[in-house]
Design a binder for this molecule. Sequence first.
Ligand SMILES: *[C@@H]1O[C@H](CO)[C@@H](O)[C@H](O)[C@H]1NC(C)=O
Ligand SMILES: *[C@@H]1O[C@H](CO)[C@@H](O)[C@H](O)[C@H]1NC(C)=O
Ligand SMILES: *[C@@H]1O[C@H](CO)[C@@H](O)[C@H](O)[C@H]1NC(C)=O
Ligand SMILES: *[C@@H]1O[C@H](CO)[C@@H](O)[C@H](O)[C@H]1NC(C)=O
Ligand SMILES: *[C@@H]1O[C@H](CO)[C@@H](O)[C@H](O)[C@H]1NC(C)=O
Ligand SMILES: *[C@@H]1O[C@H](CO)[C@@H](O)[C@H](O)[C@H]1NC(C)=O
Ligand SMILES: *[C@@H]1O[C@H](CO)[C@@H](O)[C@H](O)[C@H]1NC(C)=O
Length: 458
Amino acid sequence: MGHRHPADMHLLSLILLIAPLAAAAEKFEALHHLGGNSPWFPGPEIDNLGTADSIPAGCTVTKAIYISRHGSRYPDPGAWKEWQALYTKLNSASFTARGALSFLPTWSPVLQHPSQDLAQLSLTGYTELATLGALLRFRYPDFYTPNTPFSVFANAVQRTTDSARLFARGYGGPNATSLGTVHVVNASHPGALADSLAPSDLCENYSDDSATATAAWDARYLPPITARLQRLIRGDLNLTDAETALMPYLCGFETQITGHRSPWCKVFTDHEITQYEYRQDLRYWYGTGPGSGLAGTMMLPVLAQVSEILENGQGRNLTVAFTHDGQINQLASVAGVFDGHRNLTTDRIMQDRTYRASRIVPMRGTVAWEKMSCTGKDKGEFVRVLLNDAVYPVTGCRGGPGGSCPLEEYKRIVERKVVKAGEFNERCGNEGNSTEPKDGEGFLLKPGGKAWVSTVAP
Ligand SMILES: *[C@@H]1O[C@H](CO)[C@@H](O)[C@H](O)[C@H]1NC(C)=O
Ligand SMILES: *[C@@H]1O[C@H](CO)[C@@H](O)[C@H](O)[C@H]1NC(C)=O
Ligand SMILES: *[C@@H]1O[C@H](CO)[C@@H](O)[C@H](O)[C@H]1NC(C)=O
Ligand SMILES: *[C@@H]1O[C@H](CO)[C@@H](O)[C@H](O)[C@H]1NC(C)=O
Ligand SMILES: *[C@@H]1O[C@H](CO)[C@@H](O)[C@H](O)[C@H]1NC(C)=O
Ligand SMILES: *[C@@H]1O[C@H](CO)[C@@H](O)[C@H](O)[C@H]1NC(C)=O
Ligand SMILES: *[C@@H]1O[C@H](CO)[C@@H](O)[C@H](O)[C@H]1NC(C)=O
């Protein structure tokens, strides 16, 4: 048996229920199909392999690593400009709208204090992070002795640092006298490569370019939706495809910002939402994912540290770090769970894909590794990879309990990837420096004593 107490399931369900956006599982839920624009939700099970809460019989989780996107946030300045432009256009047009668009004439952007809020965590983000902290205490009750020091890691951007601080508060609990230390690394510092949670910042040849794939798909899926919506409008207002593409984005953001379901969530049909979702898949697959070449290799130095932490019997039981959607996608893409996945098609939805951005990079999207120690017929040490709490099998290495991969084999898979990709500075066309982490020296293993690392209190 795993170490989970029966009562924990009950507590976990309670926590999920108080999250403002909990939704019925069976019904199509638009908020679970918005790619990087969804608030957090647990991923559905893959191949019936279960979730973080189903630990294979005879196994105990002895170590866990969670690397997460920051929590739900307000729009960034670029998106905010688009919301305002849409508002200005609607406000200066003379029209009526019916059906799902009848709210259009009275719509205005939901941000109350843009100068303070842009790109920062929202209240839903706050809930997601504090909840994650409490959830991991429940999930791994033996990992932590109350009021003892612990470390959390973050990329040095306000929303990721805040995510780490809020996580630490949730993990420490309301009466904690020791709330841990948040180690923050400045990814733009020229010396930071070996410690970076966003190595692409130091890669000269880096480019995140999915434009060919997304333009092809946009040209296919958007015009019929725009035409359908246009028929709901009478008067002097013509929607553009770019405005149509903004609507599901507004659904996700407005809902998590206000805590109430946005009227934009009803504008697309379920089928149209799945087309929008696929657009996000193409954007991440070809931008920073398995179909992207160089960009997709950026997080290998971090994966190498993950492998080292899993292998090394000493040290921390729980490692938690916060970074951004591109990095989470890069990490999920090299973790072994999408190896051999076919390139996504750009002329139709690839229905049988396991790669879905919504299940990888929603707000607070998390890639996790658990090391399991098992007895009985499967005696030994195993690794399982989880994307947002759903177990994903490692391609070609799923013979262990619950579809897990033997630890030694996972280590070799990671080593092969690192060797195949080659030296970071070389593939990036960087001049001079070679500062990839040496064994035992990377940020997640040894954060201290570096000019580009600082600490903040939770
Ligand atoms: C790690 O977890 C084990 C139990 O799994 C526990 O005995 C040990 O004290 C933990 N270490 C820390 C630093 O909390
Ligand atoms: C809270 O912490 C203080 C100091 O560590 C302790 O005296 C007190 O009993 C704790 N209260 C609860 C409810 O755990
Ligand atoms: C990060 O490092 C860069 C380059 O050294 C520097 O310009 C920047 O101010 C640093 N940022 C932070 C948040 O310390
Ligand atoms: C090489 O890295 C060092 C820090 O390790 C930094 O000071 C220097 O500017 C870097 N040089 C180049 C050419 O990037
Ligand atoms: C909307 O499109 C119609 C048909 O193309 C055109 O006649 C009309 O002038 C356009 N209205 C605006 C406000 O652009
Ligand atoms: C997938 O697409 C990328 C980008 O077009 C290409 O470089 C790569 O070779 C393709 N991979 C396969 C397996 O076809
Ligand atoms: C890096 O980019 C430069 C300029 O685009 C190019 O000449 C060089 O071949 C690239 N290096 C690698 C390793 O791709």
